[in-house]
Design a protein around this ligand. Structure first.
Ligand SMILES: Nc1ncnc2c1ncn2[C@@H]1O[C@H](COP(=O)(O)OP(=O)(O)OP(=O)(O)O)[C@@H](O)[C@H]1O
Length: 572
């Protein structure tokens, strides 16, 4: 076994000898306490040297922690609950994985046998994100010549036919991993079939990534407002159908909910005393419950209020709220617009935003789009080999005869003008890899077929773990990856230079959810200081009184994220 892989395994093995309940470090609820901390290295944050060695070997470009990682990694290591919000691409998911890898491994001792238990459960919205996090761990575990057995470090549970209830369950029972990553639905399936296999009672951490996607809440509206009734209806519906993530958290944190309810009316002094004891490292005060970490680039106020005031899951005595540095907040003229769009700007990372309007006659830029002087910095293809330290493998695109049989001669569900605009813009502008995001319920395979018919090297993202590892490029012709809104959240595709969005994201109306959807899609580029282009393609509609055109809706979204449309040169 190579040195860093061995060290990683050693580090995890050593951790099994540590007590199941970690020692809390001094702590108070704060958003500011660590804000000025600027550590020079991961070592300063408390990561073990073997983990750092594996990190360096597997990800040579990750040298120092990002600002947000510097805030939340120590908090996670000390057992705090964390509410984490920072920009897309600020290293939240990656930092969470590093922190979880570093946590003492939970174990139980029966007679003379020590058995390892699941230390952390990570819930993510879709299978590709689960696989992406898994690949990060696998890359670290196999960074040297003799790989560590990944099964004992990480496992993935996603709905994949029935495999998660057969092979997945078997692996879980035989060799419980340090970190279990899964989608809520698949984890719930496993829970219903064999609750003991999830070892929920002895977990040390529960992480919910993309929490605002997994836990829906409705804004609480002023009764004097016209949409109050709709908001009340939405809240009632959510209460009646709580969603799988809520159900799982209700099970895992049932005791915390009880404690929080009991403590609702307690005297301030009692609370103060308990918090002081936790700050002094009194282990009994952690109450043997796992820490809860909730993360997303977008956390609306109604969700944070729900999480903090109503859910009952959080340990309010031992909680850190991390909010990213962000940028200057947009102040809109209309008061209600500011309330609806509480976003920082989305242009500071060098992302160019364009909107194309399509009709039978032409493809044109949205009115008011400004020209860009130099685009070269946005279009630098990323060298996968330099980024990952491995050779990218070329894989030819094969034509699929059964698709032709299935689709040829049947009407397309897509607007042909929009698909043509995307194909043209892609062919003219994309140097290496682009992503096309379709509306949630769109047939991805059909889109891939239609794009290939137009000569575009299109591929599905879903299930293509090679692409998530960054190993799918290296081909002569540029690649257009195709996904849907439902399967794009959190994906990290480092080679990406362009994101094409078909239609208003999460449309047709524009509200907070729509804006958040755009933020997450646009956030697939412009990561870690790299540039990128986001091109939204919508139908050109005739303006008429009382009608908001799709173009006007896109203008509202761009205004909400403090971005201005730029001209996509080829169409003028
Ligand atoms: N400290 C670091 N230095 C350099 N690169 C990093 C660092 N941390 C993470 N990265 C890289 O940044 C990329 C994005 O990280 P990650 O997906 O964790 O961001 P995120 O904040 O979770 O984004 P999103 O909100 O879109 O899910 C990954 O490719 C990762 O390898």
């Amino acid at each position: 076994m190579g040195r860093s892989a061995e060290a990683l395994a050693d580090s995890l093995a050593q951790a099994t000898r540590q007590p199941a309940v970690e020692k809390s470090k001094p702590n108070v609820i704060t958003t500011q306490a660590t804000a000025t901390l600027k550590p020079a290295s991961f070592d300063d944050l408390g990561l073990h040297p073997p983990i750092i060695a594996s990190l360096n070997a597997a990800f040579p470009n990750v040298k120092v922690p990002t600002e947000t990682q510097a805030k939340f990694i120590p908090a996670i290591l000390s057992g705090k609950d964390v509410l984490l919000k920072d920009e897309t691409g600020s290293g939240k998911s990656f930092g969470l994985i590093l922190a979880l890898l570093n946590k003492p491994r939970i174990s139980s001792q029966e007679k003379k046998t020590v058995s390892r238990r699941i230390t952390s459960l990570v819930l993510v919205p879709h299978r590709d994100l689960a696989h992406q996090l898994y690949h990060w761990i696998a890359r670290m575990a196999s960074a040297t010549e003799d790989p560590v057995d990944i099964t004992s470090i990480a496992q993935v549970i996603v709905r994949d036919g029935q495999a998660h209830l057969t092979d997945g369950l078997r692996a879980l029972r035989n060799d419980p991993p340090h970190i279990l990553i899964g989608t809520p639905q698949a984890v719930m399936d496993v829970y219903k079939k064999d609750p003991a296999s999830l070892q929920l009672s002895s977990l040390s951490s529960v992480v919910v990534d993309e929490v605002d996607y997994l836990i829906e809440t409705a804004p609480k509206k002023d009764p004097s407002k016209s949409f109050h009734k709709a908001a009340v209806k939405a809240s009632r519906k959510l209460l009646a159908h709580p969603g799988v993530t809520r159900q799982l958290l209700d099970v895992i944190f049932a005791r915390r909910k009880g404690l929080n309810e009991e403590r609702q009316d307690e005297a301030g002094y009692t609370q103060y005393q308990r918090r002081t004891e936790i700050a002094a490292g009194d282990n009994r005060r952690t109450e043997g419950l796992p820490q809860l970490v909730l993360s997303s680039a977008t956390l609306r106020r109604h969700l944070t209020n729900y999480l903090y005031e109503e859910s009952g899951w959080l340990n309010k005595d031992n909680l850190l709220k991390v909010k990213g540095a962000g940028r200057a907040r947009v102040v809109h003229e209309k008061k209600d617009t500011t309330e609806m769009y509480p976003h920082d700007g989305l242009g500071g990372n060098g992302i160019l935003h364009s909107v194309l309007l399509v009709s039978d006659e032409r493809i044109e830029n949205i009115a008011g789009a400004v020209p860009v002087e130099s685009e070269s910095e946005y279009l630098q293809p990323i060298d996968a080999q330099a980024l990952f330290g491995s050779e990218a493998e070329a894989e030819p695109v094969v034509s699929e005869p059964e698709w032709v049989e299935k689709y040829a001669g049947t009407p397309t569900p897509f607007n042909p003008n929009a698909m043509e605009a995307i194909a043209t813009a892609f062919a003219l502008d994309v140097p290496s890899v682009a992503l096309l995001v379709l509306p949630s319920t769109s047939p991805v395979q059909r889109a891939v077929y239609e794009l290939r018919e137009m000569g575009i090297n299109a591929r599905r993202v879903e299930g293509r773990s090679d692409l998530l590892r960054g190993d799918g490029s290296g081909q002569d012709n540029a690649t257009l990856l195709v996904s849907t809104l439902a399967t794009t959240r959190g994906l990290d595709l480092p080679e990406l230079t362009h994101v094409f969005i078909l239609g208003i994201p999460d449309g047709p109306t524009v509200n907070g959810k729509t804006v958040d959807a755009y933020v997450h899609l646009a956030g697939r580029v412009g990561r870690f200081g790299r540039g990128g282009k986001v091109v939204t393609v919508v139908e050109k509609e005739e303006e008429s009184e009382g009608k908001t055109t799709q173009g006007a809706r896109m203008e509202r979204i761009l205004a909400a994220v403090n971005a201005h449309a730029v001209r996509f040169g080829q169409f003028d």
